[in-house]
Design a protein around this ligand. Structure first.
Ligand code: SF4
Length: 331
C-alpha cells in the first residue's frame, strides 16, 4: 500500500472539490457507526470488557514468541502450511510460489487491511491472476481503482449516485437503479468468480494459538465462500493478531462487533481449522502467512508498542472530526 501522508492536505482538497458529496457520505456513515457503537456499549459494562481485552492483549504481546511458536505447532498439526514473512517481499515470494505451483488463474479475496499493506492485488495482477475483491465495498473501490477509505466500510466515501454511475458505465444498469438492483448485479458477477476461482485469499481477525484456529468476522457471507470454495486458501495474518486461548474469542468477537458496527456479533463468524479432510468439501490446502513487516520493531518501542493492541474496529475513525471533514480520503 502506498502511504502518501504528505500529500494528504492536497489530495483531500482535490477530492472535496471533485466529489462534493464525499463529506456528506463520510459524515453520514461514520455518525451512524458511532451511534450504533454507543447504543451497543450501553448494553454492557464496556469499560470492564475493554480492560479485560487490554489485559489479554498485553499478556499476548509480552509473550508473543511463545504464542507464535504454539500457533505454528497447532496449525501444522491441523495440516496447515505455515510461512513466515519478515517483509512484503517475503510475503510476495511465498504467494508467487503458491500461485505458480497451482497454476492459479483467478483469485477471490476477502477484505483484509494486511493484504492492502502488502500490495497483494498488484502482485497477483502482475502474475496474470484475475483478482476479485468480494466484500461489496471493496469490490466497488476495486472497480474504481481506489484504495479503501475506512477499515470497516472501505467505500463509505461513495454516495449512491456514484455507485449508480459506476454500474451504469460498467454493466449498463439504469442511472437510477435501486440499491437492490445494484447488489444483484454485483452478486451475479461475484458468484461466478467464487465458483471458478483457484485461490481464496483472506486476512484473519484473530488466530488462536491454543488451537491453531483462524477466526474471521463478516456480514456478507463472502469470506465464508472465498475461504471454502477455491481449492487453495491463503490467509495473511499479522503477528499481533494472535489470541492465547479459544475462550478469548468469547470476549473479542462481540467486543469487536460492538465497537465496529454496533452489532452484538457479526452476522457470520468462521472458525477455520485447516484443510478439508478426506470426504469433506473445502480447500485441499490452507496456508497461513505470519507477517512481521515492522511489528517486532514496534513491540520494542516503549512508546508505540501499544498500537499492536489494535483490533481494527475503526471506532477511532468514526469519532475523528478531521477524518470526517477531509472526506475520509485514503491517502
Ligand atoms: S485504534 Fe481505532 S481501530 Fe484500533 S482498536 Fe482502537 S478504536 Fe479500534
Amino acid at each position: 500500500m502506498r502511504v502518501k501522508a504528505k500529500l494528504y492536505p492536497k489530495e483531500a482538497a482535490r477530492l472535496l472539490r471533485e466529489q462534493p458529496g464525499v463529506r456528506e457520505a463520510v459524515t453520514g456513515a461514520t455518525l451512524h457507526f458511532e451511534a450504533n457503537r454507543k447504543r451497543a456499549y450501553q448494553e454492557i459494562d464496556a469499560e470492564a470488557w475493554r480492560e479485560r481485552a487490554r489485559r489479554v492483549k498485553d499478556h499476548l504481546l509480552t509473550h508473543l514468541d511463545h504464542y507464535l511458536e504454539l500457533a505454528e505447532k497447532r496449525l501444522q498439526e491441523k495440516g496447515v502450511q505455515v510461512h513466515w514473512a519478515e517483509d512484503p517481499e517475503e510475503a510476495h515470494r511465498i504467494l508467487r510460489e503458491i500461485v505458480a505451483r497451482h497454476g492459479v488463474k483467478r483469485a477471490v479475496k476477502a477484505k483484509s487491511m494486511l493484504t492492502e499493506e502488502l500490495g497483494v492485488n498488484p502482485l497477483l495482477e502482475s502474475l496474470g491472476v484475475e483478482v476479485y475483491e468480494t466484500d461489496l465495498g471493496e469490490y466497488l473501490i476495486q472497480l474504481l481503482g481506489e484504495p479503501p477509505s475506512h477499515i470497516v466500510g472501505p467505500a463509505i466515501h461513495l454516495a449512491l449516485s456514484d455507485i449508480q454511475r459506476l454500474f451504469h458505465q460498467r454493466f449498463g444498469t439504469p442511472l437510477d437503479a435501486s440499491p437492490e438492483v445494484l447488489a444483484a448485479v454485483a452478486r451475479k458477477v461475484l458468484r461466478e468468480a467464487f465458483l471458478t476461482a483457484d485461490l481464496g485469499i483472506s486476512g484473519a481477525n484473530f488466530l488462536v494459538a491454543e488451537t491453531g484456529t483462524l477466526a474471521l468476522m463478516e456480514n456478507e457471507g463472502n469470506i465464508r465462500l472465498a475461504t471454502s470454495l477455491p481449492r487453495v486458501h491463503v490467509a495473511f495474518v499479522g503477528i499481533e493478531k494472535l489470541l492465547p486461548r479459544l475462550a478469548d474469542l468469547a470476549l473479542f468477537l462481540p467486543l469487536t462487533a460492538r465497537a465496529a458496527t454496533g452489532q452484538r456479533l457479526s452476522t457470520y463468524v468462521s472458525l477455520i481449522q485447516g484443510p478439508a479432510k478426506e470426504g469433506e468439501e473445502g480447500p485441499q490446502e490452507v496456508h497461513v502467512v505470519l507477517v512481521d513487516h515492522g511489528r517486532t520493531a514496534l513491540l520494542h518501542d516503549p512508546e508505540a508498542w501499544e498500537v499492536l493492541r489494535c483490533l481494527r474496529c475503526g471506532a477511532c475513525l468514526n469519532a475523528c472530526p478531521v477524518y470526517r471533514q477531509t472526506g475520509g480520503h485514503p491517502y
